[in-house]
Design a protein around this ligand. Structure first.
Ligand SMILES: *Cc1c(COP(=O)(O)O)cnc(C)c1O
Length: 402
């Protein structure tokens, strides 16, 4: 069975994990901080805290920003439910901003309008959680500008987007009128938090790199860092007890707030360390497989996913739009009958029964709803063979011509 995405584990990964299994620490040993150091270096950020899932990291991020009852949190409906659930864990109120239809990310025009209205009603959000859908970065510069104008925090749900980058062309003053070959390209890795307060990555096996289960939160803010570190481990932090007390009770530790056990184990972190070395290669391979799909499906009547020139997408997903929902269902069934499992990203969050019960309705976010109706994520992962892509494209072409 071929899935829409899957992990890529090699002998090196297995050896790495085996070594940790034979070591003295399965958890709370050195591997987690090694992994965090490597992630910090890779994305260019000051702090990183590994956790047992991206969901836990999203929860801690909301708690670190003091999200609570009475607060509003906004995200996009075109995401996994965890992007919204984190706000509800904290007792906050969730609302959504619809997507744009180029990259299926949060629509900054809709966001601007919603903020203007919310401002006039005194109902501005405390936190916005943009999602880098399919690994394609959202418009972070504009989101950042709006966050300063209206005074809200930003948590990037980059579960799909480790290895993705924003490219900003820097033109040296002396060469202002020179041709583009002389431009210097500057890059910001997603996770650098240049335009946000906290960024979250997921290491679930379908994502770009894996730790089996796992996630991480990055930030540049020392105060948020302290909170994230405590909240993932029961709320136990560095002791504030005076030295004399520590001398009397050298075993002492102190819980200073209510936290959870959301820690990543050393076994999981060791897999992450090993996977991280292959991240750039995985992203390159995902991009070239997407290029291959692009050429293969160029003449079809599908709408293909776009990649903007000023970003590097990690291409977590390859969502194609069918001309009709009937053709999409036909393709899903035909592919499944040949052991090729596709998926839909996403059932709009507001249309899940739980969210329906909170008062959301069909028609609330029409662009996310039409995307759900038309799109199908076809397989894309580094070890996917070109012959399999050929077969997938053949089936899709047959179905859409019928
Ligand atoms: C996978 C995913 C999550 C949750 O990640 P876990 O590590 O499985 O908790 C959150 N948000 C998005 C957009 C995801 O794709």
């Amino acid at each position: 069975m071929i899935n829409y995405s899957q992990q890529n584990i090699d002998e090196e990964d297995i050896e790495h994990v085996l070594n940790v299994l034979k070591s003295s620490f399965l958890t709370q040993g050195p591997q987690v901080s090694f992994f965090e150091e490597k992630i910090k270096e890779y994305v260019g950020v000051s702090f990183a805290f590994a956790m047992n899932s991206a969901t836990s990291a999203l929860h801690c991020a909301c708690m670190a920003l003091d999200v609570g009852p009475g607060d509003l949190v906004w995200t996009t409906p075109n995401s996994f439910v965890a992007s919204a659930n984190c706000a509800l864990y904290c007792g906050a109120t969730i609302d959504f901003v619809d997507i744009e239809l180029d990259h299926y990310n949060i629509c900054t025009n809709d966001l601007r309008k919603k903020l203007e209205k919310a401002d006039s009603q005194g109902l501005l959000p405390k936190v916005l959680i943009p999602v880098h859908f399919a690994g394609h970065p959202a418009d972070m510069q504009e989101i950042h500008r709006l966050s300063k104008q209206y005074g809200f925090y930003v948590i990037e749900d980059a579960s799909h987007a480790i290895g993705a980058k924003l490219l900003t062309k820097l033109i040296p003053k002396s060469q202002k009128n020179a041709k583009s070959e002389n431009e210097q390209s500057d890059e910001d890795h997603i996770g650098s938090c240049k335009y946000s307060d906290i960024t979250i990555f997921s290491f679930h096996p379908v994502k770009i790199i894996t730790t089996a289960e796992g996630g991480i939160a990055t930030t540049n803010d020392p105060e948020l860092a302290g909170k994230l570190n405590r909240l993932r481990s029961h709320g136990i932090g560095q002791t504030t007890a005076p030295a004399t007390k520590m001398e009397e009770q050298p075993w002492r530790y102190e819980q200073v707030e209510l936290g959870y056990n959301y820690r990543m184990s050393d076994v999981h972190a060791s897999l992450g360390m090993s996977q991280l070395r292959k991240l750039d290669q995985f992203v390159l391979e995902r991009n070239s497989l997407a290029d291959y799909y692009d050429t293969k499906l160029e003449k079809s009547n599908l709408r293909l996913p776009k990649r903007a020139k000023n970003v590097v997408s990690s291409v977590h997903l390859y969502p194609v739009w069918f001309p009709s929902k009937e053709q999409k269902l036909g393709a899903f069934k035909r592919l499944l009958s040949e052991n090729i499992k596709t998926n839909v990203h996403y059932i709009p969050i507001h249309l899940h029964p739980y969210y329906y019960n909170l008062g959301f309705r069909v028609g609330d976010f029409p662009k996310s709803e039409v995307h759900y109706e038309r799109s199908l994520s076809i397989p894309l992962f580094p070890s996917l063979r070109l012959a399999t892509i050929d077969r997938i494209c053949e089936i899709i072409m047959e179905v859409t011509v019928e």
